[in-house]
Design a binder for this molecule. Structure first.
Ligand SMILES: Nc1ncnc2c1ncn2[C@@H]1O[C@H](COP(=O)(O)OP(=O)(O)OP(=O)(O)O)[C@@H](O)[C@H]1O
Ligand SMILES: [Zn+2]
Length: 718
């Protein structure tokens, strides 16, 4: 009996492949179950290895424990490999992230077993303005191969409508080849209520689909096929995936997209995965993990709000879903479309240098002018709020006029809860978190002090631990609840709504949005949850209560992030009939982000920011690349010593080609009982020493009790 040996990536945090044997030939990419120590784990066959190339006792090699009918295709395997190597993540950790979906398919989760087939919908025709049409046509002409398109359009310019129109064309033709070869007018001439059934020439029939429900595998799952339905992935940041998303796309496009995010049940995920693998699912709207889905005929990836930091996953497998979307598009030879009103510097740089194709749109679809911006200098005596308050009298007066004219005002403050901290008035000691080196915020609505980093909660104690004085607590700083209280005093009869993750959940959001959209709500007090994607018809005035960005102070992206945040919120004002008004309460008149917003000089802001980062002494992204290494342990000395040793090792090996900084405690030294130290490596693009860094890390990784994480292109320094 012939024995075959395979190298398998096990879904566990290993960085090496393990060798297993089996008495039959298996396709590369097969998903199997293997025993490892006392556990059984999923794994993927990555390659075959001949017995003569195995340098340990063949008799000790274990058998593959169980086969599954699932096989990962070549391009998906290539994506897995490249994702692991670009991000310097352990192959096992990457496989683990992908296996979550395959495990759901394999195990069945047979709670709902029938996919409800809706009537085949009629795809609607989307009318565009001339400028929108020009961009849409340009993208369509280039949609049969890999390219990265960037749509840089002001808030309200209708970027969503542009990509929906591109999707409409692809769905109606069901072949990007025809479109890109100049047959795009077919769809314009076609009956706008075209029946999709004429295009559904996919290979799979419902009997075949039914097979998935029995063994979790689909016969056609690995074959991208021109006759199969084109699939399109739209990626959105975490916070934009509200229940309205689905109805919005359905209303505009006539087709109900599948929604993919972390809060859906496994049974529902299984149904969605089956639809994706059978090719039935055409439009999938998802958050960052959607980039890992097993599409069978993906034809385009759209990344909306591409600048949003929630595309970065910073736990377990660390990766940027935006960048991985471009990587996946390249492997599949399909286009990736990035959109934002406030591009991140990296994307701006790539677009400017011609690596990405840039499309700009500088006016709103409604032709309403961009809002008027007024910066309120809070350092001036006449602007000083009343004691214990945070809104200037001038701003309150303007807000009053707006409300009396029947319009809405949004007060934006990116801080949840009532106060940012609680201090003992007797000894000035702050109430800190048990697990993290941060102050606890106070939430009046829950009557609890809450740590916003680990979620730890506690009642405010009677006496102060430090000085034993009783009940001298003072609440310091402003959160949305406190602003709401202040506004209630000034506008007692106005209906107000706090829009934060504490107040708005899946159950309440529909009602809350109805009241805002109908104009019943007059004052909105919102955190970043409100900053993107919403179109509020009655919103005239936006007040940026505080431009302070907290822990961003040590971050070289401070101005970029401030610029993005304020521009996005400001962009909610006056989108429809009347020009909006934005009031920025600022204590820093010279902040370049605020100056750029006030003077509406976006180009200068991006140019200045690029120039600032092009420093001879410390060049920064996007001109240079960075890799952060985070060493953490509940034992501070241990983490610190390992960090120092690793630093020495890196210094000896790569300091001639890279700058290495650290080790330094993270900005928040301790989170969730873990002390954290960071090393930062900065290097010119195209330096090929990733392997040396990886090897160094692997050497130290063996030490237990210390966790070593690599963050390629880090976005935060906490
Ligand atoms: N071609 C169009 N036909 C009808 N309505 C449109 C069109 N383009 C834009 N609009 C309307 O204009 C408003 C803004 O459009 P959209 O939300 O697509 O803008 P955006 O550029 O994505 O803005 P943001 O960056 O703020 O999200 C929406 O209410 C949208 O329905
Ligand atoms: Zn904490």
């Amino acid at each position: 009996m012939q024995i075959y040996y395979y190298q398998i990536a096990i879904a566990a945090p290993f960085d090496k492949l393990l060798t297993y044997k089996i008495s039959e030939k298996m396709p590369i990419g097969s998903i199997v179950l293997c025993k490892i120590m006392s556990r059984t784990e999923y794994g993927v066959i990555m390659s075959e290895i001949l017995p003569q190339n195995i340098d340990f006792d063949l008799a000790k090699i274990k058998e593959i424990h169980e086969k599954t009918p699932l096989v990962i295709d070549e391009k998906m395997l290539s994506f897995i490999h490249q994702l692991a190597s670009y991000n310097m993540q352990k192959i096992g950790e990457v496989i683990d992230a992908f296996m979550t979906n395959y495990e759901i398919l394999h195990k069945g989760f047979a709670i709902s077993s029938k996919i409800k087939k809706d009537k085949i919908p009629a795809i609607k025709t989307i009318e565009l303005s001339d400028k929108q049409r020009e961009i849409s046509d340009n993208i369509i002409a280039d949609c049969d191969k890999f390219s990265t398109h960037v749509i840089d359009g002001v808030t309200g310019s209708g970027k969503t409508m542009i990509y929906l129109s591109v999707i409409e064309k692809i769905l109606k033709n069901n072949s990007v080849d025809n479109l890109a070869n100049g047959e795009k007018n077919n769809s314009d001439n076609a009956n706008s209520d075209a029946d999709l059934s004429q295009y559904s020439t996919r290979k799979c029939d419902s009997a075949a689909c039914e097979k998935i429900s029995q063994d979790g595998h689909h016969p056609c799952s690995n074959k991208a096929n021109n006759k199969q339905n084109s699939q399109i992935l739209i990626m959105l940041p975490e916070i934009s995936l509200t229940p309205q998303t689905s109805s919005f796309f359905e209303e505009k496009l006539g087709i109900k997209p599948l929604l993919w995010h972390s809060n859906i049940t496994k049974a529902k995920k299984r149904d969605i995965l089956r639809e994706i693998m059978s090719g039935d699912a055409r439009v999938i709207v998802g958050t960052r993990s959607a980039i890992l889905l097993p599409f069978v005929n993906l034809k385009m990836i759209i990344i909306d709000e591409e600048h949003d930091s929630s595309y970065k996953q910073s736990e377990k497998m660390i990766y940027s879903a935006r960048d991985m979307a471009i990587m996946r598009a390249k492997i599949l030879d399909i286009p990736a479309i990035l959109l934002s009103a406030t591009l991140c510097l990296e994307t701006h740089f790539n677009a400017k240098s011609g690596k990405y194709r840039l499309h700009s749109i500088n006016e709103r679809y409604t032709k309403v002018k961009m809002p008027e911006i007024i910066v309120v200098d809070m350092t001036k005596k006449e602007e000083k709020p009343r004691s214990g308050e945070c809104i200037s009298a001038r701003v309150l007066q303007i807000a009053k006029d707006v409300i009396e004219s029947g319009k809405q005002v949004l007060f934006f403050l990116n801080r949840r809860g009532f106060s940012t901290s609680v201090m003992c008035g007797a000894c000035n000691e702050f109430l800190g978190c048990e697990n993290c080196s941060v102050n606890m915020a106070f939430h009046e609505s829950k009557n609890l002090a809450i740590c916003h980093y680990c979620g730890y909660t506690s009642q405010i104690p009677n006496d102060c631990k430090a000085c034993k004085d009783v009940d001298k607590w003072v609440k310091i700083g402003f959160g949305v609840e406190r602003v709401a209280l202040e506004l209630k005093k000034h506008f007692p009869s106005a209906k107000q709504q706090i829009f934060s993750s504490d107040e708005v959940d899946k159950a309440s959001i529909d009602g809350i949005l109805d009241d805002i959209n109908s104009g019943k709500t007059q004052i909105i007090i919102g955190t970043q949850m409100i900053s993107k994607g919403y179109n509020f018809p009655h919103l005239k005035c936006v007040v940026i209560v505080d431009t302070d960005t907290g822990f961003l102070d040590g971050d070289f992206r401070l101005y970029e992030k401030t610029y993005q945040m304020i521009t996005q919120v400001a962009g909610r004002a006056g989108r429809f009939d009347e020009r909006g008004l934005v009031l920025i309460q600022s204590y820093q008149q010279n902040n370049p982000a605020i100056m750029a917003i006030a003077s509406m000089n976006k180009a200068k802001f991006y140019d200045d920011e690029l120039r600032r980062r092009d420093s001879k002494y410390n060049p920064l992204p996007p001109l240079y690349r960075q890799i952060a290494i985070i060493i953490s342990s509940n034992n501070e000395d241990l983490a610190s010593n390992i960090a120092k040793n690793m630093m020495k090792h890196l210094y000896d090996n790569i300091s001639h080609i890279a700058r290495i900084f650290g080790p330094a405690p993270s900005l928040i030294k301790r989170i969730n009982r873990q002390f954290r130290f960071r090393i930062l490596i900065s290097f010119a693009k195209k330096q090929g020493f990733m392997q040396e860094i990886y090897d160094t890390i692997s050497k130290f990784q063996a030490k237990c009790d210390v966790m070593i994480k690599v963050d390629v292109d880090p976005l935060n320094f906490l």
